[in-house]
Design a binder for this molecule. Structure first.
Ligand SMILES: NC(=O)c1ccc[n+]([C@@H]2O[C@H](COP(=O)([O-])OP(=O)(O)OC[C@H]3O[C@@H](n4cnc5c(N)ncnc54)[C@H](OP(=O)(O)O)[C@@H]3O)[C@@H](O)[C@H]2O)c1
Length: 243
């Protein structure tokens, strides 16, 4: 019998109680991963497998702005999926600006720095740690939500910029670029979270760094071009700090 792809690996997922968070945890469990569910919610998270069994998971509470407190948990993890997200929809208030930037962009960036620090502090590890950053098609397309687009673009651009220094033999970075799927964040999405989770894991098995799941054909053309042009521009106009 062939070994499950995630056997022996511990995977932490933020936004664990959301639609994609739950779907990813279920699929990762099916593929052999030990699960750490990172959630900002007080409610206990329980998942049931297709066979009707309770899915074993470690639930850890966290809050945006308190990423550093996750260090001891993340040190035990092989893969971190940065998946939490917030959509203010039509709200353009100062509070909505703050929440969108904080939740979608800054907290994701802080987790990237934290996990990269953990990964790169341990050069002896035989298998590279991985961080998967769930940005969105909104990185490059309209999402009928200006602050969602602005904050997701910032999240994606920071990933492009910092990956120049943080990606390496000890840390594999993957960008998840997803089209509309049904969730609290987007009740009219056309795909199901379960389908999206399965497709993400399929492309990860193919070892793709840019994982795209969307019915929109333009994204498959524009997103690689956006990543390439950012890479060229950021390489040409910035440099690694000596410190
Ligand atoms: N739905 C779509 O069409 C779509 C398309 C492209 C990309 N995405 C991205 O996919 C990811 C998952 O979204 P989803 O559609 O599954 O939405 P969802 O069901 O609303 O899940 C998002 C989760 O993010 C966490 N979250 C929300 N506000 C937070 C805060 N202030 N601090 C910390 N965590 C917070 C919550 O999980 P906890 O309560 O467990 O913390 C929430 O359940 C997001 O990054 C989203 O931008 C979604």
């Amino acid at each position: 019998m062939s070994e499950l792809p995630f056997a022996g690996r511990t995977v932490a997922v933020t936004g664990a109680s959301g639609s994609l968070g739950r779907a990813l945890l279920l699929e990762l469990h099916r593929q052999g991963a030990a699960l750490v569910a990172l959630t900002s919610s007080d409610a206990p998270l329980s998942l049931t497998s297709a066979e009707g069994q309770a899915v074993p998971l470690e639930q850890v509470r966290w809050h945006c702005g308190e990423e550093q407190q996750l260090q001891p948990v993340l040190e035990r993890c092989d893969v971190l999926v940065v998946n939490h997200g917030f959509n203010s929809h039509a709200d353009r208030s100062a509070e909505a600006v703050l929440s969108s930037l904080e939740v979608n962009a800054l907290s994701s960036w802080r987790l990237l720095e934290l996990f990269a620090g953990i990964a790169n502090a341990n050069p002896a590890r035989p298998v590279a740690r991985e961080l998967w950053m769930n940005t969105s098609e909104a990185e490059i397309q309209a999402a009928v939500s200006p602050l969602y687009e602005i904050s997701k673009r910032l999240q994606g651009q920071l990933l492009s910029l910092r990956s120049l220094d943080l990606a390496g033999p000890q840390l594999r970075l993957r960008r998840l670029v997803l089209g509309p799927f049904r969730s609290a964040l987007n009740p009219i999405g056309v795909m199901s979270a379960g389908f999206v989770a399965r497709e993400i894991l399929r492309q990860v098995r193919w070892n793709w760094g840019l994982v795209i799941v969307t019915p929109n054909p333009l994204t498959y053309v524009l997103m690689p071009l956006a990543c390439l042009s950012r890479w060229l521009y950021f390489q040409a106009t910035s440099k690694r700090s000596a410190s």
